[in-house]
Design a binder for this molecule. Structure first.
Ligand SMILES: Cc1ncc(COP(=O)(O)O)c(C=O)c1O
Length: 435
């Protein structure tokens, strides 16, 4: 197997850096292994093509949105039709009604919806709604969970070590970037996830100040870590008992675990939930959904591009595409193939591989085999340098994985042949790495 030559990507990166900060469109496009990112010319189905003419099987999928695959014919036809009719009106359309109604039918918590353009914005809106509705300001969030990049969202999303996280019962609040106000975290309570006892203690003591508990229902953004059996239902019970709202951030799980998101998958209905990424297959769009009286409690959430007709057309087409019979089953099947294949490779090379799939998401990591409980547990066991080196080498042979946290995305256009090829490449890479 020949390693790809990516010299043109390297040269392009050097030149771009002169004019564009870090030479990339977004901070997370910088690879965690500190080298230049591959530059893309075009994409189709499950494949990406770079400026050097290399072809990659893509499991990054634009950090998740491309659930229907690149250049999906249904979605792109709807978008092209909308472009011919105009791209931005700042006014209601018939499609807005159609989409809003549809979302209230497919998302269990959605009695009413509102739109934004990104995951960061929908979570900001959800927090504002919770505060306005309850008249309280504190929000509980969990260690290792990412909800966007605003000052208040980018707290305790990661840690250099378990020590940095402080005492488990009273975790440190970790600020992540220069320029973030030190007071950003003042209204946040940060707790370890998957622990009902600690959560209840805080709710008992401070519920008269707490507006909401905000969580990713599955910790895909870090870990990935699954909720312990009964945990989500337990959180729902506790939030009801202490009269605090429950917000599910479904920016990753939304449409990926099914059209009803994680709330549909696990049968636990939050008060408010947020969707973005996969809702519109690459066109910026975000959804906040929730109980009618909460959603309509009178906050202002503005935005020039909210409810944009192109994103609206894309979202309607995505729902149509994903509603076709057998769509999720096919992705489940491919995820199962990856899971089985990586478990076999773990045995063959005598190394610990964590491999799991859920609907259209495949989870891969090294250093442990069983589920981890929370971010501290994961951080203590995960072999991060090994995963980074593995993903870097996979890319050099034409399989593009996320370079950070082992969350690999499938699309409706991935095939069994993609999976077989991925496992072949993985075997070559592991034989290089495990002597
Ligand atoms: C769970 C979660 N919430 C919110 C966000 C922020 O979304 P965006 O990057 O669209 O602002 C992300 C992004 O990865 C996410 O994973």
């Amino acid at each position: 197997m020949e390693k790809f030559c990516t010299e043109k990507s390297k040269a392009l990166h050097e030149e771009t850096k002169k004019y564009l900060v870090d030479g990339v469109g977004s901070f997370f496009h910088i690879t965690s292994y500190g080298e230049y990112p591959i530059a893309i010319t075009h994409a189709k189905g499950s494949r990406l093509y770079d400026v050097d003419g290399n072809e990659y099987i893509d499991y990054v999928l634009g950090f998740g949105p491309m659930l229907c695959g690149h250049c999906n014919p249904t979605v792109d036809a709807a978008v092209k039709a909308q472009i011919d009719k105009g791209t931005h009106f700042s006014a209601p359309t018939e499609d807005l009604l159609k989409l809003s109604k549809k979302l209230t039918e497919i998302i269990p918590s959605a009695e009413s919806v509102t739109f934004q353009n990104s995951g960061t914005e929908v979570v900001m809106t959800a927090m504002r709604l919770a505060r306005a509705y309850t008249g309280r300001y504190k929000i509980i969030k969990f260690e290792g969970q990412y909800h966007g990049w605003s000052d208040e969202e980018k707290i305790s999303i990661d840690a250099k070590s378990i020590e940095e996280m402080g005492d488990r019962e009273h975790p440190n609040k970790i600020i992540h970037t220069k320029g973030q106000r030190l007071t950003s975290a003042d209204d946040l309570i940060v707790l370890p996830w998957n622990d009902l006892d600690i959560l209840e203690r805080y709710l008992q003591e401070q519920s008269d100040e707490i507006a909401a508990v905000l969580m990713e229902p599955v910790m895909f953004d870090s870990g990935p870590i699954l909720p312990k059996p009964g945990y989500l239902a337990g959180v729902r019970e506790l939030t009801e008992k202490y009269n605090v709202l429950l917000i599910f951030d479904e920016v990753i799980t939304g449409f990926r675990l099914g059209l009803g998101g994680a709330q549909g998958y696990y049968g636990v209905t939050p008060d408010i939930s947020t969707f973005a990424k996969a809702v519109s297959n690459g066109y910026p769009f975000g959804v906040v959904a929730g109980k009618y009286e909460i959603m309509n409690c009178g906050i202002h959430s503005s935005g020039t591009f909210n409810g944009n007709p192109v994103g609206t057309a894309a979202a309607l087409a995505v729902i149509e595409e994903l509603s076709k019979p057998g769509t999720y089953e096919r992705m489940e099947h491919l995820g199962q193939m990856l899971e089985d294949g990586f478990r076999e490779l773990g045995k063959k090379f005598g190394i610990k591989i964590y491999a799991r799939h859920m609907a259209s998401i495949f989870i891969l990591f090294f250093g442990f085999e069983e589920d981890t409980d929370d971010f501290r547990d994961w951080l203590g066991k995960a072999d991060i340098p090994f995963y980074r080196e593995f993903s870097k080498r996979m890319e050099q042979y034409g399989v593009r994985l996320t370079d950070r946290r082992g969350r690999e995305y499938l699309s409706v256009q991935h095939t069994e042949e993609d999976i077989r090829r991925t496992l072949e490449v993985a075997e070559v890479v592991l034989s290089e790495l495990v002597s």
